[in-house]
Design a protein around this ligand. Structure first.
Ligand SMILES: Cc1ncc(COP(=O)(O)O)c(C=O)c1O
Length: 389
C-alpha cells in the first residue's frame, strides 16, 4: 500500500532506543533533547505572546520581528553583512523542515548530494525523499578529519549540493576555516550549493570562532545556512528553525515551506525574537555550561573502558567500545540498557551503509549534572555486567 519513497525507511533507531530505554527505566543519553528548560524570560515571552493574541497564522516565512532578529544575528555572529530580513530569511518548523524545504527547492531526482559521514540521522532520508543520490565522504576517527581527495572524488557534474554540519552531530567536530575553504573551492568549481547546518553554532569549545561557510569568498551566492532555536535555547519542542540564503534560493525555499507547513507557530516566533535578543552573556554561558557537562561526563566514559576523544563542539560524544565488548553496536546498546540502565545511540545509525560505526555508540550530554553523574556511576558497572572483569 505504501509509496516506494517511504517503504524502505526503518523506524528511527534513536526513537526505538528511546522506547527500549523507557521499558528498562534507563537514563536516556540517546535522543538529543535537554532535560532542562529554556531561560525563564523566553518562556515568559511565549506565554505573554499567547495572552497578547498572537494566535493566528503569521506571515508564511516568519514574523517580521523574528526575521529581523535573525538577520541582525547573521550579520554580527555569522559574518554575513548582506543578510536581510525580507530578502534572505525564512523561518520554518525546525531546522528539520529547513533542510527538507531547501532540498525540495534545489534537488531534481537524480541530482547528487555530497554528505559527510557519520551524519545526522535525517540527512539520508531527506536526500532519499527528495530523489537525491547521496555521495558519502568519511570523516575519520579519531579527529574526524576528511581526505580532500576523497571529497573531490565525491563531486561530479551531477553534484547539486553538499551538506555539512558544524559543530557536528554526532562527532563533535568543528570544521576548521581551512577545511571549509576546501569544501567551498569544490562548490565553486562544480557549481554546487553548500547547505550548512549550524544548529550547534554557539556550542563550540575550541578557541577558534564559529565559521559559517557562507562568509567565505564567493559563497554568499551559493550557500544556505540553517540554524534554529532548539539547541541554543533548549527549546526542541518549539519547532523553530530558520534558513538564510541568497534571494533566488530563498524564493524556492519559501514556496516549498508554504506548501509543507504554511508557517511556524506564531506566538513562539514572537518569543523567539526575544530569545535572540538575550545578552551576549547568555550565549557565552551556554557554551560554558556544555563544556562543564562534557568535562564532567567524558572522564566517566574513559574510566568505564570506552575510547573517546572529547568533542570540540555540540553536545554529543562518540565512544568506541571495542575494548569492552565484541558485540555489534545495536546489541551493545541493548545490553547496556538491560544491564546497567544507560541508553546511547548505536554508531551504525549515523552511517550508510550500516556496516560502518559498528564499534561506536553516541552519548549526548545535554543533561543536568546529577543525571550525568548517575549515568556515569551506572557505566562504572558496565565492564562487570558484560562479563568482562
Ligand atoms: C545536526 C542537527 N540538525 C538539526 C536538528 C534538528 O533541529 P530542529 O529541532 O530545529 O528541527 C538536530 C537535532 O538533533 C541536529 O542534531
Amino acid at each position: 500500500m505504501l509509496a516506494s519513497r517511504v517503504q524502505h525507511f526503518t523506524e528511527s533507531v534513536i526513537r526505538e532506543t528511546t522506547r527500549i530505554a523507557q521499558r528498562y527505566n534507563a537514563i536516556n543519553l540517546g535522543q538529543g533533547m535537554p532535560d532542562f528548560d529554556p531561560p525563564d524570560e523566553v518562556k515568559e515571552a511565549a506565554c505573554k505572546a499567547i495572552r497578547d493574541g498572537f494566535n493566528q497564522y503569521a506571515v508564511t516565512w516568519g514574523t517580521a520581528g523574528l526575521r529581523q532578529a535573525i538577520a541582525t544575528k547573521m550579520r554580527a555572529f555569522n559574518g554575513l553583512p548582506w543578510a536581510d530580513a525580507d530578502e534572505h530569511v525564512t523561518v520554518c518548523c525546525g531546522a528539520t523542515e529547513c533542510m527538507m524545504a531547501t532540498l525540495l527547492a534545489l534537488i531534481d531526482p537524480g541530482d547528487e548530494v555530497v554528505i559527510f559521514q557519520p551524519f545526522y540521522e535525517n540527512y539520508g532520508p531527506d536526500a532519499k525523499l527528495t530523489g537525491a543520490t547521496p555521495k558519502w565522504v568519511p570523516l575519520k576517527d579519531p579527529d574526524w578529519s576528511f581526505d580532500v581527495d576523497e571529497l573531490r572524488a565525491a563531486f561530479s557534474p551531477r553534484t547539486k549540493a553538499v551538506i555539512l554540519n558544524t559543530p557536528n552531530n554526532p562527532t563533535g567536530k568543528v570544521f576548521s576555516r581551512a577545511e571549509l575553504e576546501q569544501v567551498a573551492a569544490l562548490c565553486r568549481e562544480f557549481d554546487a550549493v553548500a547547505i550548512s547546518d549550524e544548529i550547534y553554532e554557539y556550542i563550540n569549545f575550541t578557541d577558534r570562532p564559529h565559521v559559517s561557510i557562507a562568509s567565505l569568498p564567493g559563497m554568499a551566492d551559493r550557500t544556505v545556512t540553517i540554524s534554529g532555536l532548539s539547541k541554543t535555547f533548549s527549546a526542541t519542542g518549539w519547532r523553530l528553525g530558520y534558513c538564510v540564503a541568497p534571494a533566488a534560493i530563498t524564493a524556492g525555499i519559501r514556496k516549498a515551506h508554504d506548501f509543507l507547513t504554511v508557517g511556524a507557530p506564531h506566538p513562539l516566533q514572537v518569543a523567539g525574537a526575544a530569545a535572540l535578543a538575550l545578552p551576549q552573556s547568555y550565549f557565552d554561558g551556554l557554551r560554558d555550561h556544555y563544556q562543564h557537562r562534557r568535562d564532567l561526563f567524558v572522564p566517566y566514559l574513559e574510566r568505564a573502558g570506552f575510547n573517546v576523544r572529547p568533542p570540540d563542539g555540540a553536545y554529543y560524544v562518540m565512544a568506541d567500545f571495542s575494548a569492552l565488548s565484541a558485540l555489534d553496536d545495536v546489541s551493545f546498546v541493548r545490553r547496556m540498557i538491560e544491564t546497567v540502565g544507560v541508553a546511547g545511540v548505536p554508531g551504525s545509525s549515523f552511517h550508510d551503509p550500516k556496516d560502518h560505526g559498528r564499534t561506536l555508540v553516541r552519548f549526548m550530554f545535554a543533561k543536568q549534572d546529577d543525571t550525568l553523574r548517575a549515568a556515569g556511576e551506572r557505566l562504572m558497572n558496565l565492564r562487570a555486567a558484560l562479563g568482562n572483569p
